[in-house]
Design a protein around this ligand. Structure first.
Ligand SMILES: C[S@@+](CC[C@H](N)C(=O)[O-])C[C@H]1O[C@@H](n2cnc3c(N)ncnc32)[C@H](O)[C@@H]1O
Length: 224
């Protein structure tokens, strides 16, 4: 029988020590490899100089700063996050970047953006929501993207945690947000197809346990 999850299972809202030292903790957990990994991801995103990018759950702003390096003055990034400490770090870190703005916003609530972004990026955020809220986020993304724009999800790949390499199995059993188990068992291409996305691309990292999944917003009547 499949497990039922609710919002109390989520661990994705980060505060206190973990929020203030989030980047350092990620570096430690990945034995110092995170900065190289995230640079590679940003390269794989194929950002164009004039891109308008929406970053959902923008965290400490580290990713926004890296993405901004690929933009001209005509490009821009809007980061949305709910964590006060995360937002403070991000604003501090991006203060010298006039084309990056950070706003306090819950990403599962209806967003007001309509067809104004070329890319919507979200990293290590989506797995922490119940499926109902994930679908609300996907609907927000669909509305925010221009036709042909790309939804880029950096998160766990699809796999069975109980059958995975023991440290991953241990992390999923004891450390990671319980909703992550639900996330990795789902067929995300099929879900995104139903929501109007297609033309998928995928890059894999860390022995295939992480994936950057790109999905294009199709023109109405288009094919995946
Ligand atoms: C695991 S961190 C990832 C941060 C960043 N994307 C990164 O990869 O470094 C998750 C982020 O999502 C934010 N978050 C959690 N729930 C949120 C929500 N409902 N709306 C907006 N942001 C949220 C947290 O504050 C945190 O910054």
């Amino acid at each position: 029988m499949s497990q039922i999850y609710d919002r109390s299972d989520s661990k994705v809202e980060i505060e206190g020590f973990e929020a203030r030292h989030y980047d350092l903790l990620m570096n430690l957990i990945t034995a110092g490899t995170y900065p190289f990994f995230i640079r590679r991801v940003v390269r794989d995103m194929a950002i164009q100089p004039q891109d308008a990018i929406l970053d959902l759950g923008s965290g400490s702003g580290r990713n926004a700063c890296l993405m901004a390096r690929h933009l001209s003055d005509a490009g821009r990034i809007v980061g949305l996050d709910i964590g006060v400490e995360m937002l403070a770090q991000a604003r501090r870190r991006c203060r010298h970047l006039p084309n990056v703005t950070m706003e306090k916003q819950r990403i599962e609530e209806t967003l007001h953006y309509r067809e104004e972004f070329d890319k919507v990026f979200t990293s290590f955020v989506l797995h922490g929501f119940v499926q109902e809220d994930r679908l609300r986020i996907v609907e927000n993304v669909y509305r925010a993207l221009r036709p042909g724009g790309q939804f880029l999800i950096l998160d766990y790949d699809e796999f069975e945690p109980e059958g995975s390499f023991w440290p991953v199995r241990y992390a999923f059993r004891h450390l990671e947000c319980p909703l992550a188990t639900d996330f990795v068992r789902r067929d995300w291409k099929a879900i995104l197809c139903e929501q109007g996305f297609g033309h998928f691309l995928a890059y894999r990292y860390y022995f295939g346990y992480l994936r950057l999944l790109g999905a294009e917003k199709l023109e109405v009547g288009g094919e995946g």
